[in-house]
Ligand binder design. Sequence first.
Ligand code: GUN
Ligand code: FE
Length: 415
Amino acid sequence: MNELVVKGNVIYTKGMERFEVFENSYLVAIEGKVEGIYKELPEAYRGLPIEDYGNRLIIPGFVDLHIHAPQYLQRGLGMNKQLLEWLSDYTFELEKKFKDLDFARKAYEYFAEDLVASGTLRACIYASSSTEATETLFEILKEKGIGAYIGKVNMNRNAPEAILESTEDSLKGTIYLIRKYKDEPLVKPIVTPRFAPSCTQDLLDELGKIADIYHLPVQSHLSETKREVEWVRELFPNAKNYLDVYGKSGLLRNALMAHAIYMEEEEIMEVKKRDVFLIHCPDSNINIRSGIMPVREYLNRGLKITLGSDVAGGHRLALNDAMARAIQLSKLINMQSPELEPLRVSEAFYMGTKAGGAFFGKTGSFETGYFFDALVIEDHPLVAELYSIEERLEKFLYTGNSQNIYARYVEGKRI
Ligand code: GUN
Ligand code: FE
């Protein structure tokens, strides 16, 4: 049997309201899953080798539900633009280059290495429209040992010819990748219409059928900017609203929707009914001035809110940065509307671990039965001496980076 005992200061969130803290304790994982956390190691586990992390923190790995892998090279550029201009002036130009497989391999290696370094152990990733380059990304991420969903991006209109495909080719490439990777244990396919304006109705309808036939999840963008919402209304006059474009095509069964800043009441109710995962991407929303997701209001209404870096709308991969930024943005809202409480540290942490982790099954927490997907955090000895476990985690979220990450585990295996 595959048994693992790690020792250190274990901290995670079971609910959003507070942290669960186990100072100087033993965590036992069996077959990759958490069995329990103990102050004294139970008799049954004595004699097993202990990976002793001393005074370091042991926290759940980060879960990033929205990243564009090809855009990693573009971080920090075009940040004076808004979404649609930024897409056409920077993003689409860069995504053209991913037809060159040698370029794609180098760019995706760079991305994957930094992703793992940053502490993200589960991610939902957009590749480009190139089927071959997407295949390359699957192979690279399989090597890294983290969990991921990867989508070849479907687009058959409203972008430069070089990155568009016919409906038929777009579907053919999608099915090829699904058949090749659907039974992989850690890196799996996800249906990825870029966003409604990139796809014709027939492409969306066919993608909905594919998601249904192969029982696959779907990821896309929803109501990121006001202009985009207007455009969707013009392009799909028969839909009730933006969300309904996806709903009509059967794309909301197991869906991730990024941004969702400008939803109508009817959309909010439908998101709740369909149990859609909404992804808050704070850096991106600031950088390209999209708006601010009303996170507190959504949480009050019981919506499922998770976190994404949205590289390269977001300029940083590290999800601890996204957690801190989500808190900062919630304070801006609070300064305007004092009745909307800012996010607590435990709430932001929960969004980027357990809430997002639910998309992958049981990860993002250390409750019994959850996968042991973990980061070991090392902070400065003086910080460790001065502050509580909870304060040390808070400090890491605001000021930490990959250099503070001492070890990484996915399903109980050190990677
Ligand atoms: N909407 C459609 N495509 C994109 C993209 O690549 N990034 C962001 N932030 N929004 C989008
Ligand atoms: Fe995005």
